[in-house]
Structure formats: structure tokens, C-alpha cells
Design a protein around this ligand. Sequence first.
Ligand SMILES: Cc1ncc(COP(=O)(O)O)c(C=O)c1O
Ligand SMILES: N[C@@H](CCOP(=O)(O)O)C(=O)O
Length: 462
Amino acid sequence: MRYISTRGQSPAISFADMLLAGLAPDGGLYLPETWPSFTPAEIAAFKGKPYTDVAEAVLGKLIGDSFTPEELRADIAAAYASFDFPAIAPLSEIGRGRYLMELYHGPTLAFKDVALQILGRLFARALKARGGRATVLAATSGDTGSAAIAALGGLENIEVIVLHPKGRVSEVQRRQMTTAPFANVHNIAIEGTFDDGQAIVKALFAETDFAEAVNLTAVNSINFARIAAQAVYYFTAAAELGVAPVFVVPTGNFGDVFAGEAAMRMGLAVEKLVVATNSNDIMARALNEGVYASGKASPTLSPSMDIQVASNFERALFEASGRDSAFVRDAMARFVKDSRLELPPAVLADLRTRYEAKRTDDAATLATIARFERETGRLIDPHTAVALAAAYDANFGEKVPVVVLSTAHPAKFPDAVNHATNRIPELPPRLTAALQGEEKCHVMRAEKALVRGFIEAILRPS
Ligand SMILES: Cc1ncc(COP(=O)(O)O)c(C=O)c1O
Ligand SMILES: N[C@@H](CCOP(=O)(O)O)C(=O)O
């Protein structure tokens, strides 16, 4: 299996090379050269299988010969042993034909662990085989950062630099990152938004002298290995239900919902992918109005989705245009220049065969948390609530199951949950103690040169 860039100007490479590279040298995002596929019978046979078996089957087709089946099995087993729930992504019925897929049972209580726990292990394995050091630069709006730290903290030959937007993550999210006791982890609070952090990451990849010198890599969902691992739970959920479901996905960077498209391209029958945004609604506007136009992200109660540049949309555009890399290059250049891109009618029509979109503001988010608590006695986090609000509105008929991706534990966002329900969700005890540690974090203006200088200084031999 080889990986190609959406911009068509980088050589095709192996899974291991793609994993260690993160972003393609031409600025594009990697995708499989051809999608591997499963037959309906093979997918049906996933029903009742342990999550780890399905992960082995799906990732097995995507890794090619980069790792042996034994290596993959060992890393998957170790990755998911760190979860509180053996089902890893359990479905719970929350009403007739409606389900929550709980993706927050990993070490940092958000869906990012599902991919980063396996990615970290494969990454360390590939790096060891190759020798040398790597510099992981991650932008986070709150959850990727701690999951990356949990996956890579303390590993040899890897420095991990995490950029989070100062004052725009919850206190629990911030402490999860800044109290990490690892010498190879460096937190930077940038004075800006997640989009500023993500732009710095991409711009530093474009400085190829620097990127090559420090072996720069990414573990955000711009790295296809993230998408690959996240595709697995679409298979487990659909196989368990036995019919093509609707998936409602709280969306920011478009990685998680694109993992649903990846599963579809590998043969999974899905009725629709519903893109649920908060009031940072670039993706809802793009799909509903046909114009992909960014503004400045504004703070909401679902901070991890305060994103106005949805990186993985590039992958969806590549596929929807019939894998036309010249179109993608031109589209991305125009978006960078104008912060605006009109979607060609044929591309938009193709996207709409898979995607629908719905925006939910903070008031409706709170009302949804409160309604869910009243009806079920259970608490959900504000990101899940954005998706659940879209699911309450959706009308796909009684026969179509609707699966809402529950992407974070409510205890990561106690203020919003308390505001809606007068209940404070409890943090699992293992985290409470860890979060009391001393916080370590550098504060910096959102400037590429400052981040580059910081990285050069930590890598310079003393
Ligand atoms: C809790 C939570 N839900 C949903 C999302 C949105 O996922 P994506 O960025 O893959 O669209 C994020 C951030 O990525 C998140 O942290
Ligand atoms: N919501 C994320 C930001 C998007 O990151 P990605 O790693 O999924 O691309 C976060 O919480 O950090």
C-alpha cells in the first residue's frame, strides 16, 4: 500500500514513511493510492468480534508491509489495554433507534486516544527501525494535545511540542497537558486561536530546510494514520447494528467525519454522515451554501471545535473531485489567498451524497445537555451535545439507526455541564491526582518564527 498527496506533487510512499512524515512535502495530505476494500460479508462478520480484531483487519489492509501482522497485533493489544472499557467504542441505546458511541474511555477521556494510543506505538516502532530523532509538533484546541502527550510522553528520541490557544481550553484540558511529567514534552500557550496554531504547524512544514533538519512530524489528523485508526469504530458500530446507519459527528477539523468517509470508501454502507458544528460553522456553511469561507474562530462552550479551517476538508475535496490534484492545488491556493472558496457544483453535489450539516449554538448546546439529563439521567459533554442536537433534529425514518459520536467525557467540561444541569461530572480518580501536579507551559505570540526558535533551542545540544 502506497500513499499519495492530495496535491499530486510528492512521490508515493509507504505507510511507515507517511506515518513519520505527517504532512506531504507539497503541502498536501496523504491518502491511500487506492482504497483497500471489504465485502459486505466480511463486514458483517465483524459483528461480535473484539474491537482489537476489527482494528487489526482494517489497519492490516492500510499498513501494507510497513509492519508485520505480529507487530501490528502487539501494538493494538497494548494500545487498547489502556482503555477503561474492553469494548473501546461501546454503543449505548439512548432512545428508539438512537445510539451514543462512547469514544472517551481512553487515558485522556476523549476520542483522540483511540487513534493516538496506536499511532504512538507504531510511530516509536518505525522510528526505532529507522534510527534518529523526531520532532512532533501538534496544534490542539484541547484534546489532541493531552492524547499526544499520553501516547508519546517519555519516549526516547522524540520531542513533543504542543501548541494550545491560551485561555481557550477548559481548565481540565489545560492541566492534562501542562502537568505532564515528561522531559520530552513542551507545552506552548499561543496568544491566538487553534487555527493560528495549525497554520504555524503547516508553515513550519513548508520550511523544508528546518522540517528536514529536525525531522518534523505531525500527529494531528492531517496525519492519515489518525484517520485510519478512527475509521475502525465506524466498522464496529455499523456491523453491530447490521444496517447502514447515519453517523452524527461533532466536527472541527473534519478528521473524525472524514474517517467515516474512509470507512465508506473501504466498503462500509453508511446512510449519511451528519457534520455537526458549533457556531464556528465553516463546514456547515460549506456544505449547505457551497462556499467554504473562514473567519476568526470565536470561543464557545465546545472549545475543541472552535476551528475555522477544517484541514481534512482537503481530503474530501480530493475525493469529491474525482481525485483531481490540480483542482485541489488551485482550490487550496485560492482559499489561502482569499479565505474563501466557492465549491464547483459537481463537487458540492458529490459531497452532498455523503454529507449533511447542521450548526448548533451555545444556547441549544446547553438545552441539549439538560434535555438529555432529564430524559436519561446521564451527563454528556458539550461536543457530544452539539451532535445530539443535530440528531434530535434529523429525520431519516424509523428504520435507519442514528449513531451520535460521543467524543469526550463530560468531566473535561464541568462548567458547561454544571451550567446546564446543576451537576458536576466526576473525574475518574486516576486523573484527579495527576492534575494536581505543577503546571509547565511557555506563553508565546502566535508567530511561526518564535515557535521555530523555541524548537531549535530545545534541540540544540547543551
Ligand atoms: C471532543 C471533541 N469532539 C469533536 C472534535 C472534532 O473532531 P474533528 O476535529 O476531527 O472534526 C474534537 C476535536 O477535534 C474534539 O476534541
Ligand atoms: N479538536 C482537536 C483539534 C483538531 O485536531 P486534530 O488532531 O483532530 O486534527 C483538539 O482537541 O485538539
